[in-house]
Design a binder for this molecule. Structure first.
Ligand code: CU
Length: 177
């Protein structure tokens, strides 16, 4: 099977241009596709669990290479070491496959066991979603990234920080409504 390796972001330029053309109506997408609006990060302190919603290409079909409306490091998610992180990865693109992974910076190596969707280089089809969970077991600075070829380079990455203590937090996410 060479399909995954050979995959290219076909139509990348056209999609970006299309996104710009659609920018005028982007504000109308107040909710995640087919789902009720909910916070991007929720905390269950009793079980040391953080629920993280990663919406690729938000708002719906905007043609942007982002998570939760934030790209190229604009968003930072922080969790205390040892906490469980449950990620709902939703692809709101109408045209492109996207994935969610927590990786070592400047590499495509998944940082924690289970910290990516299945087959992250292949990605979820438009409108698809997948849940995964992992334990943030090491303090450090990581990235949230899409591992479909060319997407991280196009800005589809944000920051994921594991701290020695404190509470889960998120800043820089953009709510469409
Ligand atoms: Cu992507």
């Amino acid at each position: 099977m060479t399909r995954r390796r050979g995959r290219r972001p076909i139509g990348l330029v056209a999609v970006v241009a299309g996104g710009l053309a659609l920018a005028g109506c982007a504000g109308s997408a107040a909710t995640v596709q087919g789902m009720p609006a909910r916070p991007y990060l929720e905390t269950r302190a009793a079980t040391h669990t953080a629920d993280l919603l990663l919406v690729a290409d938000a708002p719906v079909g905007s043609g942007q290479f982002n998570f939760d409306g934030a790209s190229a490091g604009q968003m930072t998610v922080t969790v205390p070491v040892g906490w469980r992180v449950v990620v709902e990865c939703i692809n709101d693109s109408t045209q492109l496959s996207h994935s969610c992974a927590i990786i070592q910076p400047r590499s495509s190596v998944v940082a924690f066991a289970g910290a990516a969707i299945a087959r992250p280089r292949f990605g979820l089809r438009p409108g698809g979603s997948q849940r995964f969970s992992f334990t943030a077991s090491r303090v450090g600075s990581y990235q949230i990234a899409c591992l479909v070829a060319g997407h991280r380079e196009a800005g589809m990455w944000d920051r994921f920080v594991v701290r020695p203590g404190g509470r889960p937090a998120i800043r820089g996410a953009v709510r469409a409504s």
